[in-house]
Write a protein that binds this ligand. Sequence first.
Ligand code: PLP
Ligand code: SF4
Length: 323
Amino acid sequence: MGADLKEISKVKKIYPMKVTKHYLNLIKEKDDPIWKQCVPSIEEIHDNNQADPLMEERDTTVPCIVHRYPDRVLLFVSSKCAMYCRFCTRKRKVGRIKETSLDQIKRGIDYIREHEEIRDVLLSGGDPLMRTDNELEFILKELWEIPHVEIIRIGTRIPVVLPSRITKRLANMMKKYHPIFMNIHFEHPSEIDADCEKALKILADAGIPLGSQSVVLKGVNDDPAVMKELVQKLVKNRVRPYYLYMCDPSKGVEHFRTPVKTSLEIIEGIRGWTSGLCVPHLVIDSPGGGGKVPILPHYVRESDDEKIVLVNYEGKEYTYYNP
Ligand SMILES: *Cc1c(COP(=O)(O)O)cnc(C)c1O
Ligand code: SF4
């Protein structure tokens, strides 16, 4: 298709390349939104960003845990993914370090057991669904048996890049450990093909509430029409759009970044124009490790003790008076 093999081999020495056959088949032409997400670009080795701008390592007490918020933690259960996204915010390690050992994971679970304030555990990585069904079941069961752990969330991109991994067997296993939520990473409407829809159906039918997360990426989805189509397709498949992220300024991804204004325009193009169910929260994960902060278009023109002046989705003004 006209890929520059010399450039690719130079980049993949630093950041590994892996693409599933399924995802590769979604490419329609060179440099399209699917291509850009999976084919290495020379620009990846030309920026001076920090490796870990969100300072996840600072909030890491045991190797597999990031404990930043009061009542919930990330538990990294794999350092591998089915595909390596070129824009990955954890590029510094995902796919470049050895697979997380079960011993490390057990130490993470011990940490959760010892911290009674943790009521929500997010399995992350890499991709948690890179583990075998048996390994995953071991992790879920251990967590499920901890009395203070109320919910378990799985963050994954597998239904998009390797939908055949989502089997009824896997779903039947997971549903023994409810409440399990799943957050799936989507970037473009053409990622939702018949195979992906089938995987989403298996998960939704198992009673797993599905959410999505997306990153605004230059040349991929930095367009209100594209994002509106994506969120509508998600809701149709019982996936509730959850977060829309600004691209983190991580090393190797600078060429994907877009201005905040673009993302605000995306939200403005969705809110009001289609079902409220379709609207994700736009957030910036604060560089420096302050966590996610929501940002909103200006729906409030002015506000004082007497009244608030509102701007609706069409740009018209309305006033609400305080009692
Ligand atoms: C995103 C994130 C969470 C989960 O945040 P929610 O807003 O509850 O979805 C937890 N810990 C870390 C470090 C995170 O980055
Ligand atoms: S699936 Fe997620 S963790 Fe894995 S490479 Fe893509 S963005 Fe990174």
